[in-house]
Structures are given as C-alpha cells and as structure tokens.
Design a protein around this ligand. Structure first.
Ligand SMILES: CC(C)(COP(=O)(O)OP(=O)(O)OC[C@H]1O[C@@H](n2cnc3c(N)ncnc32)[C@H](O)[C@@H]1OP(=O)(O)O)[C@@H](O)C(=O)NCCC(=O)NCCS
Length: 186
C-alpha cells in the first residue's frame, strides 16, 4: 500500500482509523450533494473502508485519506480507481482509470484537492504506468470540474459513467509530463 506526500498533505490508504472522520465528511449533505445526494451512515462508511482495504491488497491502488501534515487532521479523500459504466458496486477492470477527490467543507478553497490529485496523477503515470486518466463529475459540479481544468485535463463533454451522463475530462501521460516540464521553466 502506497503512502504519498505533498508539501501540505500525507495521503494514507484508507484504514479503520479513518472511519469516524470519513463518516463525518460523508454525512455532510453539502459534501454529498453531487455524489450519492444523501448523507452516509456509519455502517455504509465502514463497508466502503472494508472494500477499499481489499482493493488495495488486490490491485495496489484505490482511495487515500488526505491528512494535513502540520495538524495531523483528516481533511478529505482522493482516489485512483477504475470507472464503472453502470451503477453497480463492482469495478470494471476494462474501464479506464479515474482520479477523484472530496474535501471536508472546512478544508475547501485552499488548493488541497488539486495538490492531492497532482500526487495521485504522478503515482498513476510514474508508478502504475497508466496511459491516460479520466475524471468525471455531475454537470452542475463546477468546483470539481475546476479541479480537472487546474490539473490541465481536457474536457470531453458528457459521457455515460456510473449509469449517468457526467462531465468528463481526460489527460494522458505525455501531456501531463509536457505540462510539468513547462511549469518548471516558468
Ligand atoms: C470538488 C472539491 C474537492 C473542490 O475543492 P476546492 O477546494 O474548490 O478545490 P482545490 O482544493 O483545488 O482548491 C482550489 C481553490 O482554492 C483556492 N486556493 C486558496 N489557497 C490556495 C493555495 N495555496 N493553492 C491553490 N489554491 C488555493 C483557489 O483559488 C481555488 O479557489 P476558487 O475555486 O475560488 O478559485 C470540493 O468542492 C468538494 O469536496 N466538493 C464536495 C465533494 C465533491 O463533489 N467531490 C467531487 C466529486 S466528482
């Protein structure tokens, strides 16, 4: 299981110790507005953590808890996972990889989702040797689409994932590396 670090965050694979903080975030209706649309129960969060722990062992990537390095506080979650075409809980290994993010309400507006996602994209391209990554969100979720744009991803319009039409962005390894090289020259 892979721990990633950024200047402000430590990304820890989901573990039982994240249960209370995860559930506090996922039971906030504002956070869940464009996700399931309803607060998550403690049992639901526990089941998700169990699924994610199995996924890490099985395939070597999944969801991380985002921990503020200074305070040790849980601030959100980020993922690398396979997209699903249908609204079923089973991942489809033939589907492309997606990156995703979610922050506690009081951790938003500080650049933490983009910072975490940058480390996850580096991991996907450099360690997992992925060719391309997608990101999807509800068409009304402009905050999430802005993270995709800030990462340098390209909009593909609406595509059908998770049984819904979702705003979809894409980036490949060559573009990611070219963008990183350009930033270093600035
Ligand atoms: C989607 C979500 C993670 C985006 O969070 P966010 O905080 O807006 O995104 P970032 O972490 O990239 O932060 C960018 C914002 O921080 C600001 N910021 C402040 N300090 C910053 C810093 N040091 N570095 C970078 N940006 C900073 C940026 O200006 C930007 O604000 P703006 O959008 O008003 O211009 C958040 O809205 C969320 O958790 N939503 C609920 C869950 C959800 O819908 N998840 C996505 C499902 S697809």
């Amino acid at each position: 299981m892979t721990i990633l670090t950024t200047s402000r965050l430590r990304l820890e694979p989901f573990a039982d110790e994240h249960l209370a903080d995860m559930n506090a975030m996922n039971s906030d209706p504002e956070v869940m507005r464009y996700l399931s649309g309803k607060p998550e129960t403690l049992d639901e969060t526990r089941a998700i953590i169990d699924r994610v722990k199995a996924r890490w062992i099985e395939i070597g990537y999944s969801w991380w808890a985002l921990i503020d390095r200074d305070s040790g506080r849980f601030v959100g979650a980020g993922c690398l996972q396979n997209l699903r075409r249908e609204a079923t809980p089973l991942p489809d290994p033939d589907c492309p990889l997606e990156i995703g993010w979610r922050l506690r309400r009081d951790a938003q507006g500080r650049g933490l989702a983009t910072e975490a996602a940058t480390a996850i994209v580096d991991f996907a391209f450099d360690v997992r040797a992925a060719d391309e990554l997608l990101a999807v969100c509800d068409p009304d979720n402009t905050a999430s689409a802005s993270v995709m744009a800030r990462l340098g991803m390209q909009p593909l319009g609406l595509q059908h994932w998770y049984g819904k039409d979702l705003t979809t962005y894409r980036i490949d390894a060559a573009r990611w590396r070219a963008n990183a090289a350009a930033r270093q020259q600035d």
